[in-house]
Design a protein around this ligand. Structure first.
Ligand SMILES: Nc1ncnc2c1ncn2[C@@H]1O[C@H](COP(=O)(O)OP(=O)(O)O)[C@@H](O)[C@H]1O
Ligand SMILES: [Mg+2]
Length: 503
């Protein structure tokens, strides 16, 4: 084997003009070559990626290394931590003989470091609470998530229209359920006059599916205060970007809630972020561990929506990285859009395994230096086959990479350390107080128990009149308008998405 030729090709392939991060060193014949580093240009980090490999081969540590490097460059990270094994990044690691030897071979500096971490939650875990309102979801997305048929989706759109027309803010699941009950009972006559017949079979089906979602604890997620995506993009006093860890240990058996949440989050990020100019680095990198869970129970429609958003979100400077055991866990339409590939070892026990390995190797650039399909099964822990996109967007030569060791702690934080971290959080007070202000549920209850005009009527008047606005808008009015406009905006954006997708 021509070592010089290999060294030259890797050096040429992984040298970039603009800024980059280093993930490890190139290996040949099972040994790293000193000073031959595998780099990723910051510029193409928004071109998404895949990190795959069997259990225990080093995927999580690879994300830890990537996150550390990104944080150091001031690029914020959001990590979907499903196994709960990522919190150690908040504390510095320890040098040991194994790590020193590893780094000495590559001639890569190792220095224990801690990184700024924010712990977030959407479920029963302790942490800063991420929430979104039903309005923000909009009828299209909600229908996709609930897997509604066309008729039922039509009814969902009607419900949103009715709530818009009648100033009924839809914040949580309670609101939505109340509105559905109302339009099938007390409000039925009025609604049919205004909007035409609403089939009770459809409303019944929607209600059942909402309850199913509720049983996965989705009520913890829907409501206020809805999370401001900008809060994910904070930089600490030392210029390091925050690594936001979303603790999802209890979501493994709730794939529907997880895909709902992921899609909502991506839609929200898409809607919030401006088109990115040529800043040369991503605004945010999102790692999705156990990514097969998002795809597992997703309907065709939901998968299409995910595929579309993956395609579009790039232009907003967001990089998405899917982590899963096998590349075949990711649908082809998504896989085709992933520029970076870090493939840890796969096991070849069954015929199915061998097929997956064959497929994985065929998705890599051809190489004269490795027998790709053989090497995939022979990689050591913390080693991976890597190809990234260079600054021109062309795949770099395939390289076996010895990943550097995380500079932060490889083990998880203790419960006391976790509590300490949450106590320190600057976001905790903003998001963790329960808000349940007057919304559809309360307004309809009020309407049913009294005939007096409610505040709702006032809102309607002030919004519809062409005369100058009343001097004193109540807090309530302002809030309603805020919710309604943001919802309309997001739904508008989704309309665009749907159109783009249909083309
Ligand atoms: N880059 C690395 N540097 C040092 N040790 C590593 C590295 N990657 C993996 N390891 C070792 O392998 C173990 C398993 O890695 P992990 O990332 O948890 O695997 P996976 O997420 O694929 O199940 C780690 O606990 C660590 O001891
Ligand atoms: Mg892991």
């Amino acid at each position: 084997m021509d070592r010089e030729n290999f060294t030259q090709k890797i050096k040429d392939g992984y040298t970039f003009k603009s800024d980059y991060i280093t993930i490890g060193g190139a290996m040949i014949d099972n040994e790293p070559i000193a000073d031959l580093f595998i780099n990723i240009p910051l510029k193409t980090l928004n071109r998404h990626g895949l990190i795959a490999g069997a259990t225990g081969t080093g995927k999580t540590k690879t994300i830890q290394v990537l996150s550390e490097q990104l944080s150091s460059k001031g690029i914020p990270v959001l990590m979907m931590d499903i196994k709960g094994d990522f919190s150690g990044i908040a504390q510095q690691g320890v040098k040991n003989a194994f790590i020193e030897e590893r780094h000495a071979k590559m001639n890569l500096h190792f220095e224990p470091k801690a990184f700024p971490v924010e712990l977030l939650t959407i479920s029963k875990q302790n942490g800063v609470r991420l929430r979104a309102t039903i309005s923000e979801f909009g009828p299209v997305l909600l229908s996709r998530i609930l897997d509604l048929n066309d008729t039922q989706s039509g009814v969902m759109s009607l419900i949103f229209k009715y709530c818009d027309d009648h100033q009924l803010p839809l914040l949580d699941l309670k609101d939505l359920k109340k509105v559905i009950q109302f339009i099938t009972n007390e409000g039925k006559e009025d609604i049919e006059k205004e909007y035409g017949r609403v089939s009770t079979a459809s409303t019944g089906a929607i209600l059942r599916k909402l309850i199913e979602l509720e049983q996965q604890d989705a009520d913890l997620f829907f409501g206020e205060t809805s999370f401001d995506i900008k809060d994910l993009m904070r930089i600490d006093e030392n210029g390091k970007a925050f690594v936001n860890i979303l603790r999802l240990n209890d979501i493994q058996d709730k794939p529907k809630l997880f895909s709902t949440f992921m899609l909502c989050l991506l839609a929200e990020v898409y809607n919030t972020m401006p088109e990115q100019g040529d800043s040369g680095q991503p605004e945010l990198v999102i790692f999705i561990d156990e990514a097969h869970l998002i795809f597992k129970e997703a309907s065709k429609a939901l998968l299409d929506q995910i595929e579309t958003i993956v395609k579009l979100i790039r232009s907003k400077g967001i990089g998405l990285y899917f982590i899963t055991q096998n590349p075949t866990d990711v649908p082809d339409g998504v896989l085709a859009q992933l520029g970076l590939k870090i493939q840890h070892a796969l096991r070849a026990f069954t015929d199915k395994d061998r097929k997956a390995i064959k497929l994985a190797s065929e998705n890599f650039p051809t190489t004269e230096f490795y027998k790709t399909n053989e090497i995939i099964t022979q990689l050591g822990t913390g080693e991976a086959l890597v190809t990234v996109l260079n600054e021109k967007g062309i795949p770099t030569p395939l390289a076996v990479c010895m990943m550097q060791a995380p500079m932060s702690r490889m083990d998880v934080l203790s419960p006391t350390e976790i509590d300490g971290l949450i106590q320190q959080s600057n976001l905790k007070n903003k998001y963790n107080n329960v808000v349940d202000r007057e919304s559809a549920y309360e307004i309809l209850n009020h309407k049913l128990t009294t005939e007096k005009p409610t505040e709702t009527a006032i809102v309607k008047e002030s919004k519809n009149s062409t005369a100058p606005k009343k001097k004193e808008e109540s807090y309530f009015t302002k809030q309603v308008i805020k919710v309604l406009t943001s919802a309309t905006f997001i739904r508008g954006a989704f309309g665009v998405l749907t159109k783009i997708f249909k083309k």
